[in-house]
Design a protein around this ligand. Sequence first.
Ligand code: NAP
Length: 263
Amino acid sequence: MKLNEAKGDWALVTGASSGIGQEFAIQLARAGMHLVLVARRRERLEALALNLQQDYGVQTRVIAADLTERDQAARVHAELSRDGIKVRLLCNNAGSGRWGRFESTAAVDYERMNALNTSAMVAMCHCFFEDLKSFPSSAVINVSSPATYQPVPYMAVYAASKAFVQSFSQALHGEWKEHGILVQTLVPGPTASEFDELAGAYASALLGRGRPGAVASASLAALAGGAPVVTVAKGIYKQRVFAGLAPSSMVIREVAKMFKPPV
Ligand SMILES: NC(=O)c1ccc[n+]([C@@H]2O[C@H](COP(=O)([O-])OP(=O)(O)OC[C@H]3O[C@@H](n4cnc5c(N)ncnc54)[C@H](OP(=O)(O)O)[C@@H]3O)[C@@H](O)[C@H]2O)c1
């Protein structure tokens, strides 16, 4: 999908109230797309919407939604359909993580994380299929993580949820190509956002974070080429070779050393 051909059409970004999602919203507005902004913090979305209208002259819609709730994707879609808004670019960016020992996070928090990172993404894709199909070309961006490429002790559920994202999104790429819908799996490297603090990342691990703007721009620049996977993470090739070729016991041991909570 060529972004310049989507000028005046609608993009929807989940998790637009912060970090990578906020940058997606800004860059899509700069490209002339109207924006549907989805997250829980309405005030943040409204402030962003006002800026996008003033700075780029685009239309905006704010929908405050907790995507861990089962019916929210359908509600978002119904609300937009009522107003005749069809989404041409769907960016499933909202996500959360948790660092630390598996047993030290409540099971209900893992349920929410899985609901947000996996089920909400599936539901959004499902609800917006007819919208996306109605355009000559359209796109879905599903945000994954380098954690997808191997198990991550002390971040076990998050890594597993992103492995789901990676597999699901690439499979959907294969299915939806024939409808003119590009499904891009986006793999950002460690990025400066609210994610680390909310996930309880250890201070020792917070070196070398990239900019959210660089992640969004690499993803959008790659849309025209139709790549199924876009990686914005340094050292990913080495990581994938190691994870793919080294014995599992060695991979698990080495990754555990990197993520083990400090005493
Ligand atoms: N930062 C990194 O190092 C990194 C690396 C690889 C991949 N990623 C992935 O990149 C994506 C964006 O993360 P980020 O770094 O930009 O983190 P962030 O700054 O924490 O942003 C997360 C966004 O998700 C929204 N969100 C969280 N829970 C939600 C819920 N229940 N319902 C609806 N929206 C919800 C948040 O908004 P509200 O709180 O207002 O709801 C926020 O806008 C995530 O999928 C993450 O897994 C991040």
